[in-house]
Ligand binder design. Structure first.
Ligand code: FAD
Ligand code: NAP
Length: 303
């Protein structure tokens, strides 16, 4: 029986593990991939206090390093379900069951797909959702980035180091990204914009992507733009399937909590991007993690 099991080792989950282990709880951190979560797919992070700039995988490693020394059990597993038995909870993975007094859901979010013809067919053959993983493959090529949020614009700037040109295709005539990020993109010579437009199809020669078909939503004009790579950043969907049966999610799948990270089920908390919240950032995930660990400690010691 663990005192606390944390589902997901992104920045939120790793911070919760740090605080809970330092409070002497018996903690398991359960993760289906490499620790770091979305930070592993992020090139440069420039808004994490203490760093002018840090690569996502480096910050992931720095957050992970102290955990083993503190006695956190790092367990690989894909969480499939969570059972609430009142005084204890059971986490079910594909091949194991773990009992715990408290649970923190820190499973984050995953990129949304565009859902257009060619996207699945050319996956790993020109279509990507991760500039830091795949950007270098497109050295000297024309690159398309779809979306207008922080991810699209920031990752476009990273891609501009490799691509001959990077063209951001956005469905409106104004970006959603933070102003400071926008200004840098506007000042980057090889970044272009196609406004008021959506990608209708990703086309290729059966082996690789060769371009995208774009429709202007105001004029209805359809054009084909040549490109070797298409990077898609059109938002996030919550990673909350394993906790769906608990009845603690919104219609869109975000987990509902109060300001102390409590869900409606005593002993179950949620933090970071999977939580219904306004600002999804590393700093906010980290803050949520510290609060939830403290609440889990209070729960364990008072029950
Ligand atoms: P995540 O980082 O999403 O981690 C969740 C973890 O849970 C993952 O490791 C996942 O594998 C695991 N998991 C999910 N489901 C299961 C399951 N069933 N079983 C086991 N494990 C599971 N924020 C900033 O502050 N600054 C930035 O510069 C910045 N850049 C970004 C760039 C991009 C491209 C993206 C996509 C996001 C960026 N963000 C940035 C946002 C930031 O990365 C997230 O807000 C943050 O990572 C959320 O942390 P989290 O711990 O809640 O979840
Ligand atoms: P986001 O903020 O939800 O932006 C998604 C973008 O994609 C929006 O511009 C949206 O257009 C567009 N879009 C959505 N569906 C589309 C579709 N079907 N076709 C075409 N375009 C579509 O998502 P995000 O940029 O991935 O950011 C996710 C979270 O991570 C945010 O909270 C963000 O702040 C955070 N993040 C932070 C940083 C940072 O702090 N440096 C960096 C990256 C991400 P509209 O604008 O018209 O809605």
């Amino acid at each position: 029986m663990y005192d606390l099991i944390i589902l997901g080792a992104g920045p939120g989950g790793m911070t919760a593990a740090l605080y809970a282990a330092r409070a002497n709880l018996k903690v398991m951190l359960l993760e289906q991939g490499a620790p770091g979560g979305q930070m592993n797919n992020t090139a440069e992070i420039e808004n994490y206090p203490g760093y002018e700039s840090v690569m996502g995988p480096e910050l992931s490693q720095k957050m992970y390093d102290p955990l083993e020394k503190l006695g956190v059990v790092n367990q690989y597993g894909i969480v499939e379900n969570v059972e609430d038995h009142g005084d204890f909870k059971t986490v079910v993975t594909e091949d194991a069951r773990f009992d715990t007094k408290t649970l923190i859901i820190a499973t984050g979010a995953v990129h949304r797909e565009l859902g257009v013809p060619g996207e699945a067919e050319y996956g790993a053959r020109g279509v990507s959702y991760c500039a830091v993983c795949d950007g270098a493959f497109f050295r000297g090529q024309e690159i398309i980035v779809v979306g207008g949020g922080d991810s699209a614009v920031e990752e476009a700037m990273f891609l501009a180091r490799f691509g001959k040109t990077v063209t951001i295709v956005h469905r409106r005539d104004e970006l959603r990204a933070q102003k400071i990020i926008q200004e840098r993109a506007f000042a980057t010579e090889n970044i272009n914009f196609i406004w008021d437009s959506v990608v209708e199809e990703i086309v290729g020669n059966d082996k690789r992507v060769t371009g995208v078909v774009i429709k202007n939503v105001k004029t209805g004009d359809v054009t084909e733009v040549a490109a070797g790579g298409v990077f898609i950043y059109v938002g996030l969907i919550p990673h909350s399937e394993p906790v769906k049966t608990l009845g603690i999610t919104t219609a869109e799948g975000w987990v509902k909590t109060d300001a102390s990270m409590h869900t409606a089920i005593p002993g179950i908390f949620a933090i970071g991007d999977v939580r219904e919240k306004e600002l999804r950032q590393i700093t906010t995930a980290v803050g949520d993690g510290a609060i939830a660990a403290q609440e889990a400690y209070n729960y364990v010691t008072s029950h």
